[in-house]
Design a protein around this ligand. Structure first.
Ligand code: TPP
Length: 558
């Protein structure tokens, strides 16, 4: 290991950080990097995608289910701009994704080279760290910095630019080293301050009905067990955000389910309103979770646990902010509340859920055509194994699955892109989730709008024989926006309808096993056949348009 090229060093640095999968798409500026991937024995699988957006979404979902950094790559110019949506989604969702973009040679800068672009400027506002590496000998430390940034503190995304001449430059092999522990997140955890833990414990012990509202941070921190133990000790209901699903198993007697404008329902909102103390955990208390900062009502005493010091106090006057890792903070609260044994929350949860699910079940049993979304959720729940991973796009899928699909195991079994909600996430993310957790069933549920954004990736799925199950909610419109035009703009439907695509035939043309479902009685058999099929399968379901549905959505403009 005397000397190596920059491209070889990048491959080795990824390998040393424990990277096993790399999602990406080739380009001229990437040729030395691809050649190093070809030549070296590194044990990483490169997953060639048909769009860099998909590569980044795959890396994002891969990280969410595996707890490891997701890595994606693309070339200069268009590759760098196309990779961006997935990088920003991951960064805002506190998911460590490394985006590598190759670049024109440093010597060509400013000379109108094809694809020249200020990659650092592009990525700076969207990542925890960005760096275009200007010299080969600086590469190892830049990669180490990126991994420290991604997995330390609040996790997030990083970007590294790799100019053509830097890939071909040389550096000493001895400088290529890494701490493999930084490939896993969170790689470091901050403890809460003792005195604040005692004060928070006193407030919790004194509260009649404390309620937890958990965001994505609970599962990211692996705090599910600590949360369950603390909630049980306090008899405190646990609500979640859309991203917080999996904080507690949904059949737990204290699990209230999703609250907020997207997936929340009146019974859950009413239950939440009874809290005399709210504990936000790993949750930004943003517009969707709080129905535009109205529920819980302002004035409710709040304890806020978050790894990011900017979060507590942003939206609610906060009694105590524990700026700490969720697992450590909840464990310390549990230790402090050793002798407390409260009851009470179970009844409230039971009543709220009975109300919510009795309405749901009545709709799920209906034989309407087009098929009601409730029926699709219920049928999928009936046939999928309890440890399945469901990935949902915006539109009909996200609120319906958030409200009504009960995830019976704690941990990351539900994924949706809640930071930016870009259409066309779930198909690619389903691929990433499969590679991150290959032993379990992964299902991507998308609107037909989302299908249109991402259909090209069916080729990737077939080529790699990914046993992904896909469900298309076909209503030939951008339904969410149409529903917004109905409720807020007196049904002045403008430019929201498109013609119906036969998604099953499109999928078949790619080599995917496909089913088209028009009649309600066809639904369950088709879903079951798709789930049992060993390879990629798609079920196209002609579904009730969202503007006619009884959607669990309280605000169409979040
Ligand atoms: C990239 C992108 N562009 C626009 C939007 C705004 N938007 C939110 S929901 C939605 C409609 C979704 O339509 P579809 O995927 O068909 O699902 P449906 O609502 O009909 O169930 C649109 C256009 C978005 N979320 N992402």
């Amino acid at each position: 290991m005397s000397e190596m090229t920059g491209a070889e060093a990048m491959v080795r640095m990824l390998q040393l950080h424990g990277v096993k999968h790399l999602f990406g798409l080739c380009g001229d500026t990437s040729l030395p990097f691809y050649d190093a991937l070809y030549r070296l024995d590194h044990g990483m699988q490169h997953i060639l995608t048909r769009d860099e957006r998909s590569a980044a979404y795959m890396a994002d979902a891969y990280a969410r289910v595996s707890g490891r950094v997701g890595v994606c790559e693309g070339p200069s110019g268009g590759g760098a701009t196309y990779l961006l949506p997935g990088i920003v989604e991951a960064n805002e969702s506190s998911i460590p994704v490394l985006g590598i973009t190759t670049d024109i040679a440093t010597t060509s800068r400013g000379r109108y080279a094809l694809t020249e672009l200020d990659q650092e400027a592009l990525y700076r506002p969207l990542t925890k760290r960005t760096e275009v590496i200007d010299r080969a000998d600086k590469l190892p430390e830049a990669v180490r910095r990126a991994f420290r940034a991604m997995t330390g503190g609040r996790p997030g995304a990083a970007h590294l630019g790799l100019p053509f001449d830097v890939q071909n430059g040389r550096l000493p092999g001895a400088s290529v080293w890494a701490d493999a522990a930084l490939g896993v997140f969170p790689s470091s955890r901050a403890s809460p301050e003792k005195e604040k833990v005692s004060r928070a414990a006193n407030l919790l012990a004194a509260a009649k009905l404390p309620i937890f509202i958990c965001g994505g941070g609970v599962v990211i921190a692996g705090a599910e067990k600590a949360l369950a133990a603390l909630a049980e000790r306090l008899g405190a209901p646990v609500a979640t955000t859309v991203s917080g699903q999996g904080s507690l198993a949904e059949d737990h007697p204290l699990c209230l389910g999703v609250v907020g404008s997207n997936g929340g329902t009146l019974p859950t909102r009413e239950a939440l309103a009874q809290a005399d103390l709210v504990v936000f955990v790993g949750c930004r208390a943003g517009s969707v979770t709080t129905e535009r900062w109205r529920y819980p009502p302002q004035g409710t005493p709040v304890i806020h646990i978050d790894a990011d010091p900017m979060v507590p106090g942003a939206n609610y006057k906060t009694e105590i902010a524990l700026v700490a890792d969720a697992k450590l903070a909840l464990s310390e609260l549990l230790a402090e509340l050793k002798f407390v044994e409260k009851k009470g929350g179970e009844q409230l949860v039971k009543a709220a859920k009975e109300k919510k699910f009795s309405e749901f079940r009545a709709l799920a049993a209906r034989d309407d055509m087009p098929i009601l979304p409730e029926r699709v959720v219920a049928a999928l729940h009936d046939i999928l194994p309890r440890d399945a991973t469901v990935v949902c796009d915006p539109g009909t899928p996200c609120p319906y699955f958030s409200a009504y699909y009960e995830f019976l195991e704690a941990g990351r079994h539900f994924i949706s892109n809640r930071a930016h909600g870009a259409l066309g996430y779930s198909m690619a993310a389903g691929v990433g989730a499969h590679f991150g957790r290959p032993g379990t069933k992964t299902v991507s549920v998308m609107g037909d709008g989302s299908f249109g954004f991402t259909a090209g990736e069916l080729e990737t799925i077939v080529r790699l024989k990914v046993p992904l199950m896909m469900v298309v909610i076909s209503n030939s419109s951008y339904g969410w926006i149409k529903a917004g035009q109905k409720t807020g703009f007196d049904k002045r439907y403008f430019s929201v309808d498109f013609t119906r695509t036969d998604h099953a035939r499109v999928a078949e043309a790619f080599g995917v096993k496909a089913f088209r479902v028009e009649r309600p009685e066809q639904l369950k058999p088709a879903l079951a056949a798709a789930a049992e099929y060993g390879g990629p399968a798609l079920v196209d379901v002609l579904t009730q348009p969202l503007q006619d549905a009884k959607a669990p959505v309280s605000e169409w403009v979040a």
